[in-house]
Design a protein around this ligand. Structure first.
Ligand code: AMP
Ligand code: MG
Length: 471
């Protein structure tokens, strides 16, 4: 059974609204993440599948659970919306494991005070997409929200057509976003910002609790965490697709897997999201957008960092100017690991440029390009690469051994995710479960022969041109 804490609810009552859950006709558990249950000490063994499906759709409430929807604002595609909030999500409470709290949240469980014109529901497709992609990210060492359960509700939702409804159970150290700070900033509620900062420091950055410049230290910590995160995305060819400030967490965990995609064929300015027509969130723009988003977080602290606003502005600008450096260092480290180095080699930026140029001119599949290096073939890039390896006293064999533990053979390619979603809508959930199993071991080279279908880039007919939030 899950004995949940109600830690977020210790915050003042205007941080959230109560939510009424329940009323789905015939919930059905599609997948419970047994590994995550083990990792968090969650034992549901005394519950039947049917009972679990009632709990993870909100039909039944776990002990002590008082579901809430949290308030937040956010810049969506550059435009500020002062009132967003959990319109289709409900926070059930927190699981405590080894002194860390993990929020358990239902997504698609029905309307809340923040639903605006939405129905608070989710169709099955986004549930499956988020389950597969967030778990793949986790196993690829990318900080992320996790997938605990996927359920069918038994009731339809109405989008362009009638679709099966689903509820996704998400776990995160917190779901607090840049937009949560912006919500209170737009209300000039600086007490709330102080309160929220203390809460976030306690939850995510306890080492700065007693720092005399805690607001500044807090910002620096978030800047570094987010820069590391986006560096990991870039190294994997991951395009988030909707980097609005309400979709960027304070913890540095990836959140919101709406229109995201892993890039197949390399293209610097690639974007998939149907709603991102101008490519604001295109692959190569992600580090810049990160800086913009973090500047919006910094805005909220202008009167808190120093009582003298001008001084405060200078301090914040100084810290903001360091973000590109944090990003570059993390990115170079991630990319050097992909090429078999343990640390960033001397003059790595030259090799990195050659790599990007090669990817660009050959229009290679991003993921498989790194696998092709394992074949030890000679071409103009591998010649340069081997020169740098040898100048670092690393043999090609040694590099290839390390690369086999860094570069995935299988990722949740968009066309495969779409295929699995299509099957699920037809009532066949086996492909979803199989894909989840395969993604548990993304580095296993046996997949290349045994599950080659999942490793190959899409054919012309299979290419997914656009992704949709679809919620
Ligand atoms: P997102 O696309 O997840 O970043 O969502 C942006 C905002 O729209 C958030 O406030 C969501 O809660 C809200 N939202 C998205 N889909 C729905 C829905 N089906 N019902 C109610 N609110 C929604
Ligand atoms: Mg969101």
């Amino acid at each position: 059974m899950l004995n949940l804490k109600q830690d977020f609810q210790k915050l003042p009552s205007h941080f959230y609204r109560d939510v009424e859950l329940g009323g789905f006709t015939a919930p059905q558990l599609l997948l419970l993440n047994e590994e995550l249950c083990l990792e968090l000490g969650i034992d549901l063994s005394n519950l039947s599948q049917e009972e679990i499906s009632h709990y993870f759709t909100g039909n039944k409430l776990f002990q002590n659970s008082k579901p809430i929807a949290t308030a937040y604002a956010g810049h969506q595609f550059g435009y500020f919306n002062p009132q967003l909030g959990d319109g289709r999500a409900a926070l059930l409470g927190e699981v405590e494991y080894q002194n860390q709290l993990y929020e358990v949240q239902l997504k698609g469980s029905g309307p809340t005070a923040f639903s605006r014109r939405g129905d608070g529901m989710s169709s099955l497709g986004p549930v499956i997409r988020e389950f597969l992609v967030s778990e793949a990210m986790n196993i690829l060492s990318v900080p992320t929200t996790r997938a605990l359960a996927a359920c069918l509700t038994g009731d339809p939702v109405y989008r362009e057509s009638e679709l099966a409804g689903g509820v996704f159970t998400r776990v995160a150290t917190s779901h607090i976003r840049i937009g949560t700070f912006q919500y209170f900033f737009s209300l000039n509620d600086f007490d709330a910002i102080k309160h929220l900062t203390d809460f976030c420091i306690n939850r995510h950055y306890p080492h700065i609790e007693n720092n005399e410049h805690k607001y500044l230290e807090f910002l620096k910590s978030v800047f570094k965490k987010q820069a590391q995160l986006v560096a990991k995305w870039m190294s994997l060819g991951f395009i988030h697709g909707v980097m609005n400030t309400d979709n960027m967490t304070i913890s540095g965990e990836t959140i919101d897997y709406g229109p995201c995609a892993f890039m197949d064929q390399f293209q610097m300015d690639k974007s998939y999201s149907y709603v991102d027509r101008e490519g604001r969130y295109a692959f190569s723009n992600q580090p810049k957008i990160l800086q913009w988003n973090l500047a919006r977080l910094a805005d909220c602290f202008l009167s808190l960092v120093d009582t003298d606003q001008e001084k405060s502005l200078a301090i914040l600008n100084e810290e903001l100017s360091k973000i590109s450096g944090y990003f570059q260092e993390s990115y170079e480290l991630e990319m050097s690991k992909k090429l078999g180095f343990q640390t960033i080699p001397n003059n790595f930026s030259i090799l990195l440029n050659q790599l990007i140029n090669t990817l660009d001119t050959t229009k290679s599949d991003y993921t498989n390009f790194f696998l092709s290096l394992e074949k030890d073939e000679d071409n103009s890039f591998t010649k340069e690469w081997k020169k740098v390896l040898s100048s670092e006293n690393i043999t090609t064999e040694e590099a290839i051994r390390r690369m086999a533990e860094t570069n995935p053979a299988v990722i949740p390619r968009n066309h495969k995710v779409e295929e699995v979603i299509k099957k699920s809508y037809q009532g066949d959930f086996e492909p979803f479960k199989k894909f989840h199993e395969i993604l548990k071991n993304p580095f296993n080279r046996d997949h290349l022969a045994q599950n080659s279908d999942f490793c190959k880039p899409p054919t012309k007919e299979q290419v997914v041109q656009n992704t949709f939030c679809g919620t």
